[in-house]
Write a protein that binds this ligand. Structure first.
Ligand code: GDP
Ligand code: IMO
Ligand code: MG
Length: 442
């Protein structure tokens, strides 16, 4: 009789629009887990981990790879660009990590093809001022083909002849649609397919049935940390649609993206900055326009890890965090980058929205409303003292403790950890958090 109890496992999700510090937190927590599994997204992610003087930016490979002995799994909810993945593995091996030996890739994960990237660039151009501001990694069109049932999967690489046949059929379908709609338009030739297959077949030794692997390992008592990419407000279903990514970056994606049933996922931790950032277009109610926003960007080094684009900065948004707590069923939150607020006299927190004279705290589905709402703030006093690198909650200035308690009370979720710097170890475990104690009771 197998148990469905999965209380040992934890899913990490971004609570905002990405870049919350998931990489840093997954690296910190992975000490207590055996396997780290990515469940969605692709090389649009940029997860930064700082270990001593070394900085790693992981895009496709789960962050757990940085800890010797840990197994990393890419689940079938992830979209894989073989070239990008092999380059990332080369980089990790150049740093002395035996990455290929510890990485397993689902044989059901969809492949990003060269035509997905060209499609994305053309689609963004066609949108003009309404563009999403994507990372141009081919993510959206690959998920479109997955849903359109014309995707190619990693497992297809096992049979090169069948792969060639399927790929040519897909290209021919795309060409027929393009030429019917756009008079003679084409996705280009197919002479590149052979080379693509040859290169991508380097992934074959790493392919597994990820669902079978993960469930068997859990039966043997292993603990899994599920690593989300992007954030809840970029989720295709729950985010600020259409200014979202094309996958389920919230907690539900951990089950569909790995083949581990929801009853075995265990707990869910939402990662949030002590303020908010967003890269790309779309509504951002608590955005700080002008000099104060630029100051926060400079202090927080808020530039995209993948594209280098400046991140838009804003204050913590309680209605958005409460919405994220609900759609993810959060067990706890982890607050990152507290130290970035150290110099501020006052820290506004977004408490309530107002649209056409009506005040509310729910998170609207309509981006046009989100774009126009007025936010009502509560202004909390700053602590004007360094919290950088602190490791004990009691060492935090009283006003920083008050700020954290305020966020936790308002969102209605306990805080398990507070991050006080980019480095491994620059964090505070909250001893009164039930989940923090569960994770550490290995
Ligand atoms: P992710 O995509 O969620 O993994 O986040 P990113 O890595 O894209 O962005 C977070 C940035 O903040 C990275 O440069 C991290 O090194 C840095 N960072 C994470 N936590 C902290 C923290 O508590 N304090 C400071 N100062 N930097 C942090
Ligand atoms: P991590 O995992 C921040 C944003 C893009 C764009 C939108 C759609 O590092 O938090 P896409 O290329 O996914 O089709 O772009 O989503 N975006 C991210 N923003 N962090 C990320 O990942 C992101 N991944 C995608 O900027 O607005
Ligand atoms: Mg990032």
């Amino acid at each position: 009789m197998k148990t469905s109890e999965g209380s040992n496992n934890v899913a990490i999700v971004g609570l905002q629009w990405g870049d919350e510090g998931k990489g840093k937190i997954v690296d910190s927590l992975s000490e207590y887990f055996d396997i780290i599994a990515r469940y969605q997204g692709g090389a649009n992610a940029g997860h930064t981990v700082v270990i001593d003087d070394n900085k790693f930016i992981l895009q496709l490979v789960p962050t757990g790879i940085l800890r010797p002995g840990k197994i990393a799994v890419i689940g079938q909810g992830v979209v894989v660009n073989p070239d990008a993945l092999l380059r990332e593995l080369d980089g990790l091996e150049g740093d002395g990590l035996n990455a290929r030996e510890r990485l397993k890739i689902s044989d059901r994960a969809h492949l990003i093809m060269p035509y997905h990237r060209s499609h994305e660039v053309a689609a963004e151009q066609a949108r003009g001022v309404g563009k999403i501001g994507t990372t141009a990694k081919g993510i959206g069109p690959t998920y479109e083909d997955k849903a359109g049932r014309r995707g190619l999967r990693t497992g297809d690489l096992r049979n090169p002849e069948a792969f060639l046949r399927k790929c040519k059929a897909v290209l021919s379908e795309k060409d027929r649609i393009a030429s019917a709609l756009f008079d003679g338009a084409s996705f280009g030739g197919d002479e590149w397919i052979g080379e693509y297959i040859e290169k991508a077949r380097a992934l074959l030794p790493m392919l597994v049935d990820a669902s079978e692997y993960l469930n068997d390992e859990m039966d043997r008592g292993k603990r899994i940390l599920f690593e989300g990419a992007q954030g809840t407000l970029l989720d295709i279903d729950h985010g600020t649609y259409p200014f979202v990514t094309s996958s389920n970056s919230s907690a539900g994606g951990a089950a569909t993206g790995t083949g581990v049933g929801p009853t075995r996922i265990g707990s869910v931790i939402g990662i949030s900055k002590a303020y908010t950032t967003r890269v790309g277009s779309g509504p951002f109610p608590t955005e700080i326009l002008g000099g104060d926003g630029e100051e926060l960007r400079a202090r927080g080094s808020e530039y995209g890890a993948v594209t280098g684009r400046p991140r838009r900065c804003g204050w913590f948004d309680v209605p958005a965090a409460r919405y994220g707590a609900r759609v993810n069923g959060l067990s706890a939150m982890i607050i990152t980058k507290l130290d970035i607020l150290d110099t501020l006299d006052e820290i506004p927190v977004g408490m309530e929205y107002e649209y056409r004279g009506e005040r509310f705290t729910s998170f609207p589905a309509d981006v046009d409303i989100l774009d126009q709402i007025k936010v009502h703030y509560r202004v909390l006093p700053g602590w004007k003292q360094s919290t950088f690198g602190l490791q004990e909650f009691s060492q935090l200035p009283q006003k920083a403790q008050d700020y954290l308690h305020f966020l936790s009370d308002q969102v209605g979720v306990e805080i398990a950890m507070v991050s006080t710097g980019p480095g491994r170890g620059q964090a505070i475990w909250c001893n009164e958090s039930r989940l923090a104690n569960l994770i550490r009771s290995k």
